[in-house]
Ligand binder design. Structure first.
Ligand code: FES
Ligand code: FES
Length: 189
């Protein structure tokens, strides 16, 4: 069973927020916040979750589905640690309400490859030792892969610009760019 820490924290914050803004006698408690059944397709599998519709997608991925690829960094769409792919675009799952996903499939880092059969871009990162703590890898790998899907001949400058919004506090950027270049060159052959 996955610990439901983010969902619990979010729910607590929502209740406090509503209590702050509502008339005291109408202030809601946990039982009065509407929960909804939401179906989500993630990494090829369909899931149904029972959550407040405004819950950030990241918390559902982490707490309900037990995915550990997307990470909670800033919670404000600033660092890229929570990146996932939706509608062929990179999105920050920390600020996207789960109800906004709709019928489209969400891909997380786990959806690219497996430890036994990594995606070629993941393999390139392994071969180049292109990580330190790994906290930023969801953002870096999914962003780089999305850029190359869109523009296979993207230059190093374009890749740097695309990755500008993904923070790596370990300063592993150079190794990452080497791995991305290796993968980009290999997919052309
Ligand atoms: S945790 Fe989402 S961008 Fe930082
Ligand atoms: S490898 Fe540690 S944050 Fe990037």
């Amino acid at each position: 069973m996955v610990p439901r820490r983010w969902l619990a924290l979010f729910r607590e914050a929502r209740i406090k927020d509503l209590q702050r803004t509502a008339e005291p006698e109408r202030a809601p408690d946990a039982r009065k916040i509407a929960m909804s059944k939401i179906s989500l397709k993630v990494n090829g599998r369909l899931h149904t979750v029972d959550v407040d519709r405004s819950t950030p997608l990241l918390f559902v991925l982490a707490d309900e589905l037990g995915l550990r690829g997307p990470k909670f960094g800033c919670g404000m769409a600033q660092c890229g640690a929570c990146t996932v792919i939706l509608r062929r675009q990179v999105v920050r799952s920390c600020v996207m309400p789960v109800s906004a996903v709709g019928q489209d499939e969400v891909t997380t880092l786990e959806g690219l490859g497996t430890p036994e059969k990594p995606h070629p871009i993941q393999q390139a990162f392994i071969e180049e030792g292109a990580a330190q703590c790994g906290f930023c890898l969801s953002g870096v790998i999914l962003t780089a892969n999305a850029v190359l899907d869109e523009k296979p001949n993207a230059s190093d400058e374009e890749m740097r610009a695309a990755l500008g919004g993904v923070m790596c506090r370990c300063f592993a950027h150079l190794r990452m760019l080497r791995a991305i270049r290796k993968y980009a060159d290999a997919r052309k052959t």
